[in-house]
Design a protein around this ligand. Structure first.
Ligand code: ATP
Length: 930
């Protein structure tokens, strides 16, 4: 390679394409993979430095930036002044522990998110060893030839060597949001960045056309790399749920300060207690009321959810989506590749004079062509007859050959074989045509070599056709393939036995309908002669074409999608198909998939004819929207949202961006999707599969359910502690538990037990419930009731043990040890209740069904025994070892609490008292047992 110091800039835009190729010792077919490896070592990977994460000390300090933490710190400082150094030390220790837990959990969650983000690393299509290959953009080296098309993010700085109507949006680089036109002509050496039309710069977005470019700079040497080495910031961990918790924390803080001040004053003025004693009691009240472990548990719950989703191929790009997923009531989904397998196989070819059938499956070119038997009834009989029939001889069917050749030329897909597996590089719809021709003995590479391609209008969903210009038999010919209804408008003649005759539009419309009703995707192919030296021009291409015929492509539904559609319907979620395909094809596939309203399909044109109000009125009754374009997607989302729907919307193209952004959860395709779509989406499907959306929703519902369970579980402990302290203060009595003991229970036992609920498996009826209302409060009336109910039962048990021990002549230390152990036992019992908010826990499954719960209980029992009997903890927490009788009572009271909550659940179910909890039904509990 021509020597140049690595950092010396070269004016690539001013060099001709040949000069640029020469300089990098490359050629139009790219470099070899061995050479690429050497260059990768020399230049390093094609990536920008990651932004440095927030420094660790900043993240740690952030943990203290929380009003509840501030209350604890004030309490510790004040305790120190009042001479209670031990209390001050322990409260401070707790503050530090909470901060550390938060710090490490947040770090872990952020790392988990980061590792998921790397799963989304951009890809690039390159020519290596003369063949097309898809690589991680990181692996690009100077000298590579890259293919870009609309929707792609340009992966490196490219000197364009071939460009077809390429327009890029360079806002990240120049701030200019209007797309700019590109060409291959060199520009002036001093041209400003925005005027270097011969270059496509890394980080800019292709909005139209396609091109080939020579990679000239990679990684930090690209223009964007020079402007900033730090592009990708780290997303902060914040979701509506966490924000809601923050707000609740502020309200709670104000409430605690008010209540503590009031009860301390009450103690001093009414009962004549010492101010310092009342202050310490107020501190105990404050630490009792604050659920210190909650934020950490919720964060972990969300992070676990994100990881579980990634495991199931749903990659979350924005964290709030984890929660929104649980509320989704409508999924607008693409058809091709998402609901179907995108393994197109040509099954039928309709010519003016006859229909031809093709045998064989998938992309394997094994199979043959036969005349269709008019008298056969049904597909099965057809196939049986064709098996026996002789394969067609192309020489006798010139119209067929012409159509097959045009289908291969107006086409960019390549068929290749790896081991025993045939696959397509490029669009499967086009691949099907290459395979069909191969079955008739026509080889794509030979045809393409002998019929040079002069110009291309690539396929774009907006126009629904693709056109190419070729040299065929010494003349220049325009070849067009595309949606049949679109092409019929563009044709006025049709080929019949080598002649051009007038087109009978009605007859062909009937053919389209008949093929589509069989669930086949129909593609029409047409041609016309062009003048020498002519370029393709849409106005010209769109008229005066001669129809060659139509092919019917089979794209079977994915098995998993059929199952997922059923599950969605059970879960009160409506899948709605939005496709660019023909309405009849779409309807036939929707029917096979089990959609509920398939009798009617609306088209993009119907949508255009409707006002917003009319669209809103019908959007709930139609499940199939066909011949739809990206702008129709946007209107459909808006209409559904106006009707109160919470929508997921899938998309893959550059124009899907607005609809994806507008949807509550935008879902991009990981394989077929463009970078533009992925960037606009909240979630990316690594496998492009509809079933993955359903699984992600299930996971989202589970995460939310488990977080609610954890909150309902944790709060009564705080409730009971606060009540115990408050009653003692107001009654002028000794506290049944000290502030230190309260911190122990909150920080150690409650957190250990609460964490187990985050790992709960989904309840059996999770996907039989209606979607959650998005504005539903985290703590609804039912949960509030449950918290108060359990708090009261628990405080009664705690006070009962405390006073009973004192009554029996036990010491204050012994009575307090009894109270603490009662509290922990109550937590253990209530943890089992909390596994199902309303479903029955009194069953083998309820009691022993969750390993994390059993482990947490075992752990807490051990810790608590140590706490009670070790001299060190006894001294620290001012406790005394309990006797057998005490344990008996505590166990009995724990059992009582468990049964009381089970009875409450039974009453709730029996009298259907929890309207918004479908689990309240007996059916759900029975389901559970099954
Ligand atoms: P979706 O993925 O949204 O379900 P789709 O992939 O069927 O829909 P488009 O790709 O927009 O939608 O295709 C619309 C129509 O354009 C197809 O029905 C087909 O007739 C035609 N078409 C698709 N791909 C090509 C192509 N590569 N060349 C020419 N025509 C095509």
């Amino acid at each position: 390679m021509t020597d140049r110091p690595k950092n010396e800039p070269v004016d690539w835009h001013a060099l001709s394409t040949d000069e640029a190729l020469e300089r990098l010792e490359s050629h139009a077919d790219g470099i070899g993979s061995t050479e690429a490896k050497c260059r990768l070592d020399e230049y390093g990977p094609n990536q920008l430095e990651q932004a440095a994460a927030r420094p660790w000390w900043k993240r740690l300090l952030d943990q203290f930036n929380n009003i509840l933490m501030l209350i604890l710190i004030v309490a510790a400082v004040a305790s120190q002044f009042l001479g209670h150094s031990l209390d001050a030390a322990v409260i401070l220790a707790v503050v530090v522990i909470i901060a550390l837990i938060g710090f490490f959990q947040e770090g872990k969650a952020e790392r988990a998110l980061d590792s998921i983000r790397t799963m989304l690393s951009p890809k690039a299509t390159v020519l290596r060893d003369g063949k097309r290959a898809t690589l991680d953009a990181k692996a690009l080296v100077p000298g590579d030839i890259v293919l870009i098309e609309s929707g792609a993010r340009v992966p490196a700085d490219l000197r364009l060597i071939k460009s077809q109507r390429l327009r890029t949006q360079e806002a990240p680089l120049t701030g200019e949001s209007e797309p700019v036109e590109k060409s291959t002509d060199a520009v002036d050496k001093d041209a400003a960045l925005a005027e270097r039309s011969a270059m496509a710069h890394a980080g800019t977005l292709v909005v139209q056309g396609n091109a080939r470019g020579l990679v000239v700079e990679t990684g930090g040497s690209t223009q964007i790399g020079r402007i900033s080495e730090m592009l990708q910031g780290v997303e902060k961990l914040k979701t509506p749920l966490l924000a809601q918790l923050d707000r609740a924390g502020n309200v709670l803080a104000a409430f605690i300060v008010g209540l503590a001040t009031f009860s301390a004053a009450f103690g001093i003025f009414v009962h004549g207690k010492a101010a310092s004693e009342m202050f310490m009691a107020a501190v105990a009240l404050a630490v009792a009321a604050i659920p210190q472990g909650l934020p950490a548990i919720v964060t972990i719950g969300l992070a676990i959810g994100v990881q579980a989703m990634a495991h199931r191929n749903a990659i979350i790009r924005r964290l709030p989506a984890v929660e929104t997923l649980g509320s989704i009531s409508t999924i607008f989904t693409d058809k091709t590749g998402t609901l179907t397998r995108n393994e197109m196989t040509a099954r039928a070819i309709r010519l003016e004079a006859r229909e031809v059938r093709l045998s064989g499956v998938g992309f394997s070119p094994e199979g043959s062509l036969h005349e269709a038997c008019e008298e056969a009834e049904g597909e099965a009989e057809h196939e049986a007859r064709e098996e026996k029939g002789d394969a067609l001889d192309l020489a006798e069917y010139p119209d067929l050959e012409r159509l097959l050749v045009a289908g291969v030329l107006c086409n960019e897909a390549e068929l290749s074989r790896e081991d025993d597996h045939w696959h397509i590089e490029g669009d499967p719809t086009e691949g099907a045509l290459v395979v069909a021709a191969a079955k008739a003995g026509l080889e794509a590479s030979t045809l393409r070599d002998s019929h040079r391609c002069l110009d291309t209008l690539p396929f774009e969903s907006e126009y629904r056709y693709m056109a190419t210009l070729h040299e065929v038999d010494g003349e220049t010919r325009v070849l067009v393939k595309g949606a049949p209804d679109r092409l019929l408008e563009m044709c006025d003649r049709v080929r019949r036995n080598g002649e051009e005759v007038a087109l009978d539009t009605e007859a062909w419309e009937a053919h389209i309908k008949e093929l589509s009703a069989r669930g086949l995707r129909v593609l029409a192919i047409a041609e016309k002669s062009a003048g020498k030296g002519q370029q393709l021009d849409r106005d010209d291409v769109e008229q005066g074409l001669v129809l060659l015929g139509m092919t019917g492509l089979l794209d079977p539904p994915r098995e998993a999608a059929i199952e997922a559609v059923k599950q969605c319907l059970d879960a009160g979620i409506r899948p709605v198909m939005i496709t660019g395909d023909h309405p009849e094809t779409a309807r036939a596939i929707a029917e096979k998939l089990g959609f509920s309203h398939t009798e009617k399909a609306l088209t993009g044109r119907d949508i255009e004819d409707m006002s917003d109000e009319e669209l809103q009125a019908c959007v709930r009754d139609v499940d199939v929207f066909a011949r739809a374009a990206p702008e129709h997607k946007l209107r459909l989302v808006k209409a559904m949202q106006a009707q109160g729907g919470i929508c997921a919307m899938t998309g893959d193209g550059v124009n899907d961006g607005p609809a994806l952004k507008r949807a509550d959860v935008g879902v991009a395709m990981g394989i077929q999707g463009t970078e533009a779509a992925k960037e606009a989406a909240e979630m990316v499907l690594a496998d492009d599969n509809f079933a993955t959306i359903e699984k992600a929703i299930e996971e989202g519902r589970k995460v939310y359910d488990n977080i609610r369970k954890t909150i309902t579980f944790l709060l009564p402990t705080n409730g009971a502690e606060s009540l115990a302290v408050l009653l003692a203060m107001l009654g002028g009595m000794t506290l049944p538990i000290t502030g230190l003991q309260i911190l122990w229970v909150n920080m150690v036992t409650a957190v250990t037990l609460g964490m187990a609920l985050v790992f709960e498996s989904p309840e059996a009826d999770l996907m039989q419930r209606k979607p959650r209302a998005p504005d539903a409060p985290l703590l609804n009336l039912f949960m509030l009731w449950r918290v108060i109910f359990v708090s009261v039962v628990l405080v009664a048990a705690v006070s009962g043990i405390f006073f009973w021990i004192l009554d029996q002549g036990g010491s204050l230390e012994l009575a307090r040890a009894g109270a603490v152990n009662m509290l922990v036992m109550g937590e253990i019992a209530y943890l089992l209740n909390s596994r199902f908010l309303v479903g029955r826990s009194l069953s083998r499954l309820g009691l022993f069904g969750s390993r994390p719960v059993l482990i947490a209980i075992g752990l807490v029992v051990l810790i608590q025994l140590a706490w009670t009997y070790l001299p060190f903890t006894q001294a620290l927490f001012e406790a005394e070892g309990l006797g057998l009788l005490h344990w008996g009572l505590i166990l009995g009271a724990g059992l009582g609490l468990f049964l009381a909550v089970e009875l409450e659940k039974w009453l709730l179910r029996r009298f259907h008292l929890v309207a918004d909890e479908r689990a309240a039904s007996n059916a759900s509990a029975e389901h559970q047992q099954a």
